[in-house]
Design a protein around this ligand. Structure first.
Ligand code: BYC
Ligand code: FE
Ligand code: FE
Length: 471
């Protein structure tokens, strides 16, 4: 089924047949648009951007590319195809038919999950809104905007659920999505990583590698939900998400590659003298973004998470492919605990440890890209390895937030932390340095000095294609 772009709100949920819902969403649309104009990408109003747009939810439905005036981008509501026989696959309702309506007794928990998920989407657009002013190339500018419009669409995905299934309080929650803002003193975004600044492009690439990957794992768990409309909307979001992480992984890889080129050319580790970003400094950015993203998985032992699971609302990543009872009450799972001056791994019931399990899956996935970055470094014959810090490093949520730890996960004193943290995390001066490199390059085929060009362009186009046209 292809998507009709003549509609005011393109969709594949038969919006035409639900007058009330259609009216509610059409009322929210101008509010969303004014939010986008006010807090979306700065100065992009007249740009024509080479964007992909969903034309269907079937495989390949995202391969329609063309130049689009950004404010005229058509945000739509797209759910993956319905499976009539789908069941609840875990928890106490396991085996029941998947719900097409909100189960009344779980209404507030479900709303909470949808609100937290939805809140992150516009938050990231707000965090990234100044980056267009300092793009290293038109190719990168286009990728930034592609990510931004899709995060905007992800908000639509959650707002559709709120309007469609939660009545008046759903509409109120939808309004609040545009009222909270990243970093706002009075009305901040709900999760901490989404109140941090994304002040430069290295931060942006780290964010899309590490923080969008939290999105992949959270959406993956929600895609298992017994509430079928949530599952289906997350399934489609995951297809879009893959590109965001690609932007992050290749972005970091290109900064690494450029550093290596300078190291070889000038026979020095001190690439800052030549306007590069050193491998050591890239590692510090990695340490920061990894640790902030690891916090997003919540407490190691969580009754909230156990309840969501038992209720059938939020599963594990790839739940349906895991071979166990999908109830988890009698299955052990190892979680960290502080005993004396050591971190011990202790058994808890897997049911209360689903947050930690998701974090484990996430960390394993993070490592794969780090391995590929190390291949790049090795291909230059340079003796340096990027590493993920231990999960205990620099934490603000969960039991590990109670201690200070070094990169290896050894507990250290507050005093030691204060002395050493500048060796592990970017200092203000280093952040200023990276910022100072962020001079915009907006001529097709040109690129900033601190980053290597991509191996390929978008949709088979060359690197020197005019990915963005300035009106
Ligand atoms: N910051 O039992 P716990 C994305 C609170 S990213 C602040 O562990 P739970 C994207 C928690 O609310 C994916 N507070 O909680 C990426 C709870 O408070 P209450 C976003 C936190 O609920 C890039 C208390 O601590 N989606 O899509 O099991 C660009 C107890 O904790 C935090 C989701 O997160 C924190 N980090 O776990 C664009 C999925 N962590 O209830 C987009 C939906 C915990 O006691 N959310 N708290 O007052 C969830 O599944 C859960 O809410 C969380 C937290 C996993 C986040
Ligand atoms: Fe998203
Ligand atoms: Fe994303």
């Amino acid at each position: 089924m292809s998507i009709d772009y003549q509609e005011k709100i393109p969709n594949n949920v038969n919006l035409d047949e639900d007058r009330k819902l259609k009216r509610a969403l059409e009322k929210w649309l101008p509010e969303y648009q004014s939010w986008w104009n006010e807090l979306g990408p700065v100065g992009s109003q007249n740009f024509d951007v080479y964007l992909r747009t969903a034309v269907s939810v079937e495989p390949g439905g995202l391969t329609n590319f063309g130049h689009v005036k950004m404010p005229d981008y058509r945000w739509g509501i797209f759910l993956s195809p319905q499976d009539e026989n789908r069941k609840v696959n875990f928890g106490e309702h396991k085996g029941d038919a998947a719900w097409q309506e909100v189960p009344g007794e779980y209404r507030s928990e479900l709303r909470r999950l949808i609100v937290v998920q939805g809140d992150t989407e516009p938050a990231s657009v707000e965090q990234q809104r100044h980056l267009g002013l300092t793009c290293p190339s038109l190719y990168d500018l286009r990728n930034l905007f592609q990510v931004n419009v899709e995060e905007g669409r992800h908000l639509w995905a959650m707002v559709y659920l709120l309007h469609g299934f939660f009545g008046r309080d759903g509409r109120e929650e939808a309004e609040d999505m545009l009222a909270r803002h990243s970093g706002d003193q009075d009305k901040p975004r709900l999760l901490e990583a989404f109140n941090e600044k994304t002040p430069d492009w290295l931060s942006f690439f780290m964010f899309t590698y590490f923080t969008d990957r939290d999105g992949k794992y959270q959406l993956g768990s929600l895609a298992e939900s017994g509430f079928d409309p949530l599952a289906r909307t997350c399934q489609f979001m995951l297809i879009e998400e893959a590109h965001h992480m690609f932007v992050g992984e290749t972005g970091v890889q290109r900064v690494i590659k450029r550093a290596c080129e300078m190291m070889i050319e000038h026979k020095t580790d001190d690439v800052a003298r030549f306007g590069g970003i050193s491998l050591e400094l890239i590692q510090k950015y990695l340490n920061f973004h990894f640790s902030v993203s690891v916090d997003l998985f919540g407490q190691e032992v969580s009754t909230n998470a156990a309840n969501y699971y038992t209720m059938g609302l939020k599963g594990r990543f790839m739940e349906s492919r895991i071979d166990d009872d999908h109830i988890l009450a009698d299955v052990p799972y190892k979680v960290p605990e502080i005993k004396g001056n050591k971190i011990h791994m202790v058994d808890k019931t897997a049911l209360t440890a689903v947050n930690e399990r998701l974090r484990d899956d996430y960390i394993e996935d993070c490592q794969r890209g780090v391995d590929r970055w190390n291949k790049t470094i090795k291909s230059f014959g340079i003796d340096f390895e990027m590493t993920l810090p231990h999960r205990a490093f620099h934490r603000s949520i969960g039991v590990l937030s109670e201690i200070c730890a070094n990169l290896e996960g050894e507990i250290i004193s507050q005093e030691e932390w204060d002395k050493r943290c500048d060796d592990w995390l970017p200092t203000d001066e280093e952040r200023e340095y990276v910022k100072s490199l962020m001079e915009p390059v907006t001529e097709a085929g040109k690129i900033a000095n601190w980053i290597a060009p991509p191996d390929k362009g978008i949709n088979g186009q060359p690197f020197n294609f005019d990915y963005v046209r300035f009106g």
